[in-house]
Write a protein that binds this ligand. Structure first.
Ligand code: RM4
Ligand code: NI
Length: 292
């Protein structure tokens, strides 16, 4: 079972659940969470369990959840809450493409990669032991942010979209930071991989080899490559090249530096090789990219 919905009729649509079509975000406080049939969504769901317990069935497996648990239900994954006892949760629906949260230095946080991509991908292998669990104190603080976000989205005062996105980003960073103090073996494994991904984001301009990355994650080169490809969709060095090209694209648009200088700034030691890589990732040569 791959967890993808075999029943498209149970796939919740953005247009039915996002009350404001101009905001790629929607908060629902389910207190209590009512019975709700198994479903998937055309959006992602950030779930914060506020009270009580339940059995969470996701991708065909069942995991107990309780107050303080935080996890992301990615698009197209089928899920359902069973055996609920006083379950209350904050459900933050978001459209990952429009909201585009993976920017700026949030990418330098290992916990961010874990929370939004690694944990959802490895959940079933880890029996959900790698989920984020907030202390009571952290949960209260996070809940305050959720309430601010709800208020902004409901009142729609001028500037509410920026405020809503800002608050969502603040939530994402706070949760990502909280993940760094996770203790289970499974979480530590994911944090190591998250650390390698964050390392690429911050050190792309320097020499980085597969050996350095695998060592950072305490895995063999083979294991690291397998885990990495499973989460990110490309092998580590191909991802490094992609990140370098993404940075180069920014510099091409925002600066007057020459193409050769940009190649060096982004960690390429040869500008012909840079041009080849760039064309592969962006479907344009650096020159064409700059001129469009
Ligand atoms: C439900 C339940 C589901 C969520 C919908 C939007 O009450 O929490 O998981 O997808 O709301
Ligand atoms: Ni759902």
């Amino acid at each position: 079972m791959n967890g993808l919905s075999p029943h498209p009729e149970n796939r919740l649509k953005k247009t039915d659940f996002f009350e404001d079509p101009t905001l790629p975000l929607q908060v629902y406080i389910r207190d209590p969470q009512p019975e709700f049939p198994r479903h998937s969504h055309g959006f992602d769901e950030l779930v914060i369990i506020l009270k009580g317990t339940a059995l969470h069935e996701i991708s065909g497996l069942k995991f107990p959840v309780r107050a303080g648990d935080v996890f992301v239900v990615s698009q197209n994954h089928e899920h359902q809450y069973l055996d609920m006892h006083g379950l209350a949760l904050a459900n933050i629906l978001f459209d990952p493409d429009t909201l585009d949260i993976a920017h700026w230095d949030i990418r330098a946080l290992p916990g961010f990669h874990v929370l939004f991509s690694l944990e959802p991908a490895f959940r079933s292998q880890h029996n959900f032991k790698s989920r984020l669990q907030l202390s009571e104190q952290n949960l209260n603080r996070i809940y305050e942010l959720v309430q601010d976000l709800t208020r902004e989205a409901e009142q729609r005062n001028p500037g509410y979209r920026v405020m809503a996105k800002g608050l969502f980003m603040q939530l994402a960073v706070s949760l990502s930071r909280a993940y760094s103090s996770a203790q289970t073996e499974e979480s530590l494994d994911l944090l190591r991989v998250g650390d390698a991904i964050a390392h690429i984001e911050t050190n792309y301009a320097d020499k980085i080899t597969l050996d350095t990355l695998a060592k950072k994650s305490h895995l063999s080169n083979r294991q690291f490559t397998r885990v990495f490809e499973k989460c990110i969709g490309r092998p580590p060095i191909a991802h490094l090249m992609f990140v370098r090209c993404r940075k180069a694209a920014e510099l091409l648009i925002n600066t007057d530096r020459t193409i050769t200088d940009i190649a060096f700034d982004c960690g390429f030691s040869d500008s012909n090789y840079f041009t080849r890589c760039f064309r592969k990732s962006m479907n344009k040569t650096p020159k064409q990219y700059r001129n469009t």
